[in-house]
Design a protein around this ligand. Structure first.
Ligand code: PMP
Length: 425
């Protein structure tokens, strides 16, 4: 099975121009900050992204003009708030390639979306001896729920290994995905290696055996045009805060027939059809999975983030990030002692670039860069098993987004070279 992804580069005129990037940067008030005399250079986008003015204003507008609880009030504010909340759902359904809005469930984030599946579909469908397949590059959010489900059910957790250059190693895939496989849970893009996994092929393989497929889209949805139907997945999870939107909002896309069969997750108000002292029936989709008052303001503001991304165009955003990732990898590779983890081919990866220095601990790298106003991340990136596979205790990770430019990367490279000189290396 071929792991490589064909990604046609856009013609030059379809790329974001330096003027457009400057305009984009000007939309993010936080980027104007100077910290200890240094211009803020934000390269921690895989952790969370900054918010454009339209998103910040949408939150404030909501509370100034529309705040009310949704789905229950018969007054003007409640109707407007409900409309706005449902509008984001419809928008997200289009953003995911045109799914039915009833298949879009709002959660607190990717973590909650995956836990929802583990505690409902998983509890209902996984039995002793069943196999759950994950990969070695999973974030804890797409790992811990399955480790624990496998324990509760006496099921078997199997994993697809990685190659030394950070791709999935599909050599023995026919022994890993088998008729015993009940679930394939796989990240669409790795938050450590940047690898874009070939989800569509793997989903097709899992489906041949009747398995259900969940993709963790936390890192992919912000950077790639995602069409969940084309990917062929049954569940897809994402987080708004990694794609210019507010924290506390995520989406679980689920195939309608599966969602219909699943029991609810949060029991209480809003998710019921009828309640008696001795019996309860559930509301229709998607409300069955949205018990209690949701995060209305942030869901409403997420709509502004989706608009913002669409106005740029996911293809142009992707091309900009490929260009900047290529530049970053070239520049980082030229620094003595620095080793980059993950694929080097930008068509096969996103802009989360993990690296290590032969002589310095990643935390020292991060602290040194912080003193220069450069925000990166160091640690295990919520992927401890992957760190063990890589033989590292931690990595430093610079991760880019649409508002980053060559000047940001130049500052990073200059600081890293300065750091090595500072430590006498
Ligand atoms: N999966 C991946 C690949 C991630 O990078 C993250 C966030 N670091 C998550 C899941 C969890 O997302 P959240 O914390 O927004 O729930």
């Amino acid at each position: 099975m071929e792991q490589k992804i064909q990604n046609e580069p856009l013609p030059l005129r379809s790329r974001l121009t330096p003027i457009e990037i400057e305009r984009i940067r000007a939309d993010f008030p936080i980027l104007e900050q100077v910290i200890d005399g240094n211009r803020l250079i934000y390269l921690d986008n895989a952790a969370t992204t900054q918010k454009p003015r339209v998103v910040i204003n949408a939150i404030s507008d909501y509370y100034r003009k529309y705040n009310a609880n949704i789905h229950r009030g018969l007054h003007y504010l409640s109707e407007r708030a409900t409309e706005m909340y449902e509008h984001t759902r419809e928008h997200a359904a289009r953003f995911l390639g045109g799914v039915d809005p009833s298949e879009v469930i709002f959660t607190r984030g990717t973590t909650e979306a995956i836990n929802l599946v583990a505690y409902t579909w998983g509890e209902q469908n996984i039995r002793e001896g069943d196999e759950i397949v994950i990969t070695e590059m999973e974030h804890h959010a797409n790992l811990v729920p399955w480790v624990q489900l496998a324990k509760r059910k006496h099921a078997v957790l199997k994993r697809i290994p990685i190659t030394p250059d950070g791709y999935l190693d599909l050599t023995n895939i026919n022994e890993i995905i088998t008729p015993r496989t009940k679930l394939l849970a796989i990240s669409h893009m790795s938050n450590v290696l940047g690898t874009i996994n070939h989800v569509a092929d793997l989903a097709a393989k899992a489906h041949e055996h009747g398995a259900v497929v969940l993709a963790d889209g936390a890192q992919a949805a912000p950077h790639l045009a995602v069409d969940v139907k084309a990917l062929g997945v049954d569940f897809y999870a994402l987080s708004s805060h990694k794609m210019l939107g507010p924290t506390g909002v995520g989406i679980l896309y689920g195939r309608r027939d599966l969602l219909q069969e699943m029991p609810p997750f949060n029991l209480g108000g809003e998710m019921i059809r009828e309640v008696r002292f001795d019996n309860v029936t559930w509301a229709d989709l998607p409300y069955k999975f949205e018990g209690g008052t949701p995060n209305i303001a942030d869901v409403v503001a997420f709509d502004a983030a989706l608009h913002y991304l669409e106005e740029i165009g996911m293809d142009r955003l992707r091309q900009h990030e490929m260009d900047l990732t290529r530049y970053t990898i070239e520049q980082l590779s030229a620094i003595p002692g620095i080793e980059i983890q993950g694929p080097k081919e930008v068509e096969q990866r996103g802009g989360a670039i993990s690296f290590t220095d032969a002589d310095l601990h990643p935390h020292d790298i991060s602290t040194y860069l912080d003193a220069k106003g450069i925000a990166i991340r160091a640690g295990h990136h919520c992927a401890q098993p992957l760190m063990r596979v890589l033989g590292k205790i931690a990595t430093a990770r610079a991760s880019i987004y649409v508002y980053n430019n060559e000047a940001d990367i130049n500052a990073l490279i200059k600081a890293l070279r300065g750091m090595r000189r500072y430590f006498g290396l």
